[in-house]
Design a protein around this ligand. Sequence first.
Ligand code: ADP
Length: 487
Amino acid sequence: MKRVMLSLRARLLVLQLIVFGSLILLASPVTYITMSQTLRRDRDQYLASMARTVSAEFVREMESASTPRSSPLPCLPNPVLPDSPDPDAMHRPRHMLVCDELGQVLCSDGENAPLAPDAVRLAFQTQSPAYADVHWSAEFLRIIAWPFQDADGRTLIMEVGTSYLVIKGALRKGLLIMGLISAVAFLCLITGSYFLTRNAFDPIKRIIGAVEGIDEAKLEARLPIEPREDEVGRLVAVINRMLERLERAFEAQSRFSSDVAHEIRSPLTALRGQIEVTLRKERSSTEYRKVLEGNLGEVLRLSRLAEDLMSLAKGDAGVLHVRPVAIDLHEMLHGVLVRLKPTAEEKDIQLRLLAPEEVPFVGDPDLLGRLVENLVDNALIHSPHMGEVVVRLERDSAGITISVEDKGTGIPPEDLPRIFDRFYRVDLARSRDVGGTGLGLAIVQQIATVHNGSIDVTSVPGQGSTFRVRFPANKPSAPIDRHPAPG
Ligand code: ADP
């Protein structure tokens, strides 16, 4: 677990470094190229404007001169030395020269011939400015050959050159600054990513540690609430809710197990007692028979308990075998009442069925029969002699309701909420006396649930109880057999 989490954190860290690191790395050359292009464009624009200004000045000077000059004259502004302390000086020309179409230099800052003869030729040909890069002494110059016309309409070329040192210096400075910024950005990225992922994963690490410390013996433990509304806070809340459910389920499970053990022990103790006492001396066959009959009662109780437990366990595991078929509920109820008639007659109880003829329904006849049988059985047990138990079947647009009503002992209100719990009995001794397992109503509820139904009870102590099972209008979820399956 720990290894997976760490690798996830490391992966996130590496991913962040790759993505943002690449962006930083990419930003530097892009900035450098843009800067260099801008500087070159500015410099070329500067050269053009300088050539335009100086050539206009040159024309004016030529016009005012009385006699034309036969030799090159230092008629242009002095070029600026490259190591001039004046920063503006970097933007001033390092070389100037004027020549005519024959290559004769009319005016220069010292050179006897154009430094970029190809550019000069091109400018004459196209009558538009041409640029060239040339080596000059120990320097590298950017030259513009600027065509212009003198007072006589002659085309001349003004050659202006500026040093590459301007751009080189600026770019070097820019590169240094970019390098520094990139280094700082990398540093921030590494530390930022590290702390970010650590902050993000620390709470998860804490949660894992806390959850690891919780085993089945400590299910009452809860994770410390994270004072945050984000995913981590929600995760803690979800885990705590899950622990609560687990704790309840575990408690119910262990309560159920001890209840089962208790329920099994009672008949076994009774059996053992009866057998031990009987074996102490020789008995007559009538006595043996009596004891064996008593034994049989306990064995029947045990096997009923085993059956009920099996049925509940199947329902819990979701493997309760439900075989839905098209049945007539009236017929099914009638059958159950016929089966229970002898029991009712023992107590002189009147068993009545109030149901419309033919109520088609889709359900498992065995399970539904058991449901009604359990309810009627309980009603008979808790009814007084000469009492009455009424089974009703009602049908409306919402579905079907089967109710079992008795005028018996009723159930105290404080017991009603727990009446469907496994092994819960209002009167334990009485329930045992009549062979109840305490699982009858739990099974009824389970059968109602697998048929998408629900059950409720109303009861008044001393007046009787009514159990109602409601089934929604049939929407079978399982395939339906047209003929009842064999019992
Ligand atoms: P049991 O096997 O004890 O009948 P059930 O789950 O069927 O178990 O019923 C649980 C308890 O509910 C019974 O022990 C009884 O106290 C009470 N009970 C069930 N049906 C009735 C009823 N019709 N009238 C009064 N009490 C009832």
